[in-house]
Design a protein around this ligand. Structure first.
Ligand SMILES: Nc1ncnc2c1ncn2[C@@H]1O[C@H](COP(=O)(O)OP(=O)(O)OP(=O)(O)O)[C@@H](O)[C@H]1O
Ligand SMILES: [Mg+2]
Length: 311
């Protein structure tokens, strides 16, 4: 990370991720059960920012954290990986964001809770004051935790300065916030549930998925990528479309695969790669993340991704 050819501005959520897994199948209600409890840093924007920093991009993150131990540790971790945190907000209004996932014994998601109220502190005024960062960035990456009015200001600024936007819809519940801005989005990376929320219908088979990706393009997105977990992804532009299978990797932990993909897609776009190459680069980053315990693979580098593409 000694020199950077590209600058990215990332805007959205950062927080603490807790995962809780019971140690045995029998879980007794109304008492404490033995469990495997792990924590790490998360938030889609934070994950994208760390992936981009590991890809040697100069990254500024706009997020909000509470004025608490967690917020201080989070900002310090971001700085340690080379992310500029000068534009981050520290507030007394809300605690640092967090996400807690409780899994079944077989590791399938069971139920999750998140508290990202602090992200409301990223106001239109804050972005307006920092508009120079939007102007100077080669790309702006966002997640959908931002409020509707903050998104509106952000997209006004990216239009004004002609800065491309790469958007991660984050969850099916939040994806709709990006809908009004599809014409101003260069690349979008919904998973299946998020794509269903964006196009407003169930996607039953490959034909539906292909049609949904093309509909996102008709709505104004340049590159629509619908990620399908172990089934890979489907992408579309106005001139081409196709299915890309995942790289065969031993699955260690799938957490963060989608965020790594979004970050590598943003990287491919600022590198001037073709849509298909960009999407393959995204798939390579997802594979690297899946083969790794951490949410963002600490070994990620442009060389490693290109190596995966060549083999
Ligand atoms: N089990 C898996 N095996 C192989 N590749 C996978 C697997 N799960 C995901 N991938 C790869 O990661 C990419 C993104 O995964 P997915 O569709 O699960 O995104 P997501 O739901 O946004 O994930 P996230 O929870 O990180 O946001 C897929 O397109 C695929 O290339
Ligand atoms: Mg995702």
């Amino acid at each position: 990370m000694s020199y950077a050819e590209h600058r990215a501005l990332v805007v959205g959520a950062a927080g603490l991720d807790l995962t809780v897994r019971p140690r045995s199948v029998a879980v007794e209600p109304a008492r404490s059960n033995p469990g495997l409890i792990r924590w790490g840093w998360g938030g889609v924007a934070r994950n994208i920012a760390e992936n981009l920093a590991r890809l040697s991009v100069e990254v500024r993150l706009i997020t909000a954290v509470g004025d608490d131990w967690c917020g201080r540790m989070l900002l310090s971790q971001l700085r340690d990986v080379g992310i500029n945190t000068d534009a981050c907000i520290v507030t007394n209004e809300h605690p640092t964001g967090s996400h807690v996932a409780l899994s079944h014994f077989d590791e399938q998601p069971w139920v999750a809770f998140d508290d990202m109220a602090v992200i409301r502190e990223i106001t239109p005024g804050h972005l307006y004051r920092l508009r120079g960062l939007v102007r100077d960035a080669d790309i702006v990456c966002i997640d959908a935790n931002l409020s509707a009015r903050t998104l509106q200001t952000l997209f006004r600024l990216t239009s004004e300065y002609d800065t491309p936007v790469c958007a991660d819809p984050t969850t099916a519940l939040l994806a709709h916030r990006l809908h009004p801005h599809l014409p101003q989005i260069l690349a979008i990376t919904p998973d299946l549930a998020e794509a269903e929320a964006l196009v407003g219908q169930k996607l039953q088979d490959d034909e539906d998925i292909g049609a949904a990706a093309r509909r996102l393009v008709q709505s104004g997105v340049d590159l629509a990528i619908i990620t399908l977990g172990i089934a890979g992804l489907y992408y579309a532009t106005s001139g081409e479309s196709g299915r890309i299978p995942p790289f065969p990797v031993e699955v260690v932990d799938v957490t963060g695969a989608g965020d790594a993909l979004t970050a590598a897609v943003a990287y491919g776009l600022i590198e001037g790669m073709s849509p298909e190459e960009t999407v393959r680069l995204g798939t390579a980053a997802a594979a690297q993340t899946i083969a790794c315990h951490e949410t963002v693979c600490p070994d990620l580098s442009p060389e490693l991704l290109y190596e995966r593409l060549v083999i």
